[in-house]
Design a protein around this ligand. Sequence first.
Ligand SMILES: [Zn+2]
Length: 670
Amino acid sequence: MKHALLCLLLSAAAFAQAPQKGIEVSDLNRSVDPCTDFFEYSNGTWRANNPMPASMVRWSRRWQAGETSKEQLKTILDDVSTRKDWPKGSVEQLISDHYGSCMDEARANKLGATPIQPLLAEVDAAKNTADIQRIMRHFHELAINVPFGLTGSSDNHNPTQVIADIYASGLGLPDRDYYSKPEPRFKEAREKYLVHVANMFKLAGASEADAKAAADTVLDMETKLADASLDNVALRDPKATDHKTSFADLQKQTPHIDWVGYFQSGKLSRADLNLQEPKFLKEVDRQLQEVSLANWKTYLKWHLLRSAVGSLSDPFVEESFNFNSKYLGGAKEMKPRWKRCVESTDALLGEALGRKYTEKYFPPEAKARMQDMVKNLLAALGDTIKGLEWMQPDTKKKALEKLATFNPKIGYPDKWKDYSKVKIGRDSFWNNVVAGRGFNVQDDRATIGKPVDRGRWGMTPPTSNAYYNPLLNEIVFPAGILQPPAFSMQNVDAVNYGAIGVVIGHEISHGFDDQGAQYDAQGRLNNWWTESDLKQFQEKGSCVVKQFDSYFIEPGIHHNGKLVLGESIGDLAGAKIAYLAFKKSLEGKPPAPTIDGFTPDQQFFIAWGQFRGDAIRPETQRLMVQSDPHPIGKYRVIGPLSNLPQFKEAFSCKVGSEMVRPPQDRCEVW
Ligand SMILES: [Zn+2]
């Protein structure tokens, strides 16, 4: 009997069908020529048939998958919550109690702003700037990082070591330009912001007049902080935020900030650190000296309210939604409470929840198939570098050295974070938030002054996203993105390479975009380019800048090519090397099948259009074009593909069609 069972298993494996699933044929809009508008062609019918849910601001199969994974997380949390006797500190106790305390809406509504009363009282009791700074330190321990923040980061010049990194923050509007740009939409945003800040103060008990005055104070202080900070484009240059500074020099540059107190209370090493924006910190120093005690109290209370809003009663939550999600983002409706509670559990206890998630939704076969793709992608970029005509052998050698040190992380960390000491109970949601944030801040600060731990992850496993870290030269793909439509064990290779393959290529190419190319094989911010090669590389980048500058989202508003340069190089090079890797994967195998009349090459490109293309609210589109280094989905499809000769070939597009950039405008970086 035992023997027979074994045979059955063996034969099932021997006759296992190769993956069959091709592109989503029903999503195509075949009334449009793929050579005219590939975005509309590849997913237009899906968008027409699937209107955006009221609570969403972008929508596609991929965003839908992100929401589905929240439902999966909810199922996990609901299951775990049926038992109340989990051992204290166990993963199950922590996530179920946190989720349960968050779901208690009646209690939140009964409490109003009382959960943060002790902190508000602490601010009220401040007698001088020393007290203000003590409160700031306390806030930082709760991840309320205003007006600056401090985190552990690999040293730009010695990336095996973690140092303290001080960065600018403390603004309530999306970025510094919102405070200064004269266009009517920014002026309007400032007016709405004033009303929003005042409304929050009123909810917390301030009179109409006091609330209005508080809003003016907040906008005034933040405007001056914004004026002293770098804009989004300047921030993209890693050299602009690279200022290694000794502790003594930090104190000398900003004499009114009590750094001794800060480092002592945070138990931080006083070794050399990085100061991202010296000019910004000098403005903080000036304000500590010149801004009144009363105004500082107002500023701190505002950021406390803003940061705690999700833990307060419905009127606070609604006020925040109305400004941030509805006015700025265009959402029509708030997400249901359970979704916000799933998100909170992921944000605070991500590797505890992620552990349960990956057990259930991330099979080991998926990891193996991903590893294989990553290997092929790295090899394809290696071939590409070797074949570049414009690059000198010296620079090529360095580029290949860097390529050889790439570290891929797939699915989830090898070693999970230990949350067992975090005090999470069923009764107070805000206390849980404080405990969770406190743990994460300490967990981060504990890395400072030590050798870098390469096992740490910057995203939680359920996250539907991926990243590249130039200092560790690592590409990271959480299990949350390794789901359809990005990736499926059932997909044919053409479709997996066209979707997650391009994402892998994108992340690898970040190592060689305008930022990543400034870091060497060891992760140091260190130029490895010959002067003439660097000049040519930058010219190739200028082509991409020009291309995206020409993409208008509405009259008068177009993409900022310099802002989206890195992401667009990532997509352009990523699509190319994923295509080459797909071809490489077929070596020595039977040809990939034509499915539903589509050749493997056509399937590859359609998969990218179906993964990346999405519907978007006009408000979110405007916000992204202003503040986000990623182009909108439509141009992440059209932008890279219209540069690729392989795309032109696949759909037999004619020179002169919209999806084929004329030879003099065609961009190719790698
Ligand atoms: Zn990217």
